[in-house]
Design a protein around this ligand. Sequence first.
Ligand SMILES: Nc1nc2c(ncn2[C@@H]2O[C@H](COP(=O)(O)OP(=O)(O)OP(=O)(O)O)[C@@H](O)[C@H]2O)c(=O)[nH]1
Ligand SMILES: [Mg+2]
Length: 296
Amino acid sequence: MKSGFIAITGRPNAGKSTLLNRIIGEKVAIVSRKPQTTRTKIMGVHTTDECQLVLIDTPGIHKPHNKLGERMERYIYSATRDIDALIYVVDVNIPERELEAERDALKGLKTSGVPVVLAVNKIDTMPRLNLLPVLDRLQHIYDFAGIVPVSAQKGENVDKLIEVVSGLMEEGPKFFPDDVITDQPERQIVAEFIREKALRLLNKEVPHGIAVEIEKMKQRDSETYDISAVIYCEKQSHKGIIIGKNGEKLKDIGRQARQDIERFLDEKVYLELWVKVKENWRNLENFITEMGFQKN
Ligand SMILES: Nc1nc2c(ncn2[C@@H]2O[C@H](COP(=O)(O)OP(=O)(O)OP(=O)(O)O)[C@@H](O)[C@H]2O)c(=O)[nH]1
Ligand SMILES: [Mg+2]
């Protein structure tokens, strides 16, 4: 048996969470078109007869602007310690002028000696002919242990990526039983599904100032769940935007989230959503700790 821990890092929006979900075959990490979707470390486990990969999805690398951002940065740092390999995800459409920034982001890893596999993602958005020059440019920014072009969204070549990463693992124990796929508690995943819909349905600065707390999650009978959740936002004016005209926006968020939650729990769900204002919460140490963001 081979096994190991692998961190998935890269710029915001590169497709790290989509890749994690694809590798483990289940949606445990939320995905959106907006950068800085992922806020914590999310573990996913991929187990076969020969190998167990414990993968850790991380927030995208960016400069923190508040206490929450600082905590997100620490998650990236802690996820890249004591690992056996790293998957660095880059969007195939990366402009040439940004290659230097990627080179800088990777530089810090050299001394650690951890092998880095480059996943060049979103190849479904580019004609095959244009791919080669991009791969050629990317191979010069770091001494990668492997470069694998993939489409996390379409699932293209992801098996090849798993093969390359598995090849880097050494003999080791099975850390988790076969049926474990994530460390995320059910409540957390449910809260994240709600935040994902808010991210997708709201614009501008509103969605990044949102936090979701599950106040109640109770089995009503053998096939029904009652869930009640609070969406926190930073300003009174944001509250109005989230609720929307005649409450339509909040209804949309609830409707879309409920579908995901029902699929995930395989039960019928009654979802109640509330909106509350918590000014400047992203800078309130105690509040972000209460919301489940541990200190490291
Ligand atoms: N066309 C295409 N889009 C993709 C692919 N992978 C991810 N995306 C899209 O890219 C956007 C960002 O995906 P995420 O998985 O949230 O990216 P991330 O790197 O986890 O982002 P952060 O958590 O914000 O750092 C979403 O709109 C995805 O649907 C892909 O292979 N092809
Ligand atoms: Mg993510």
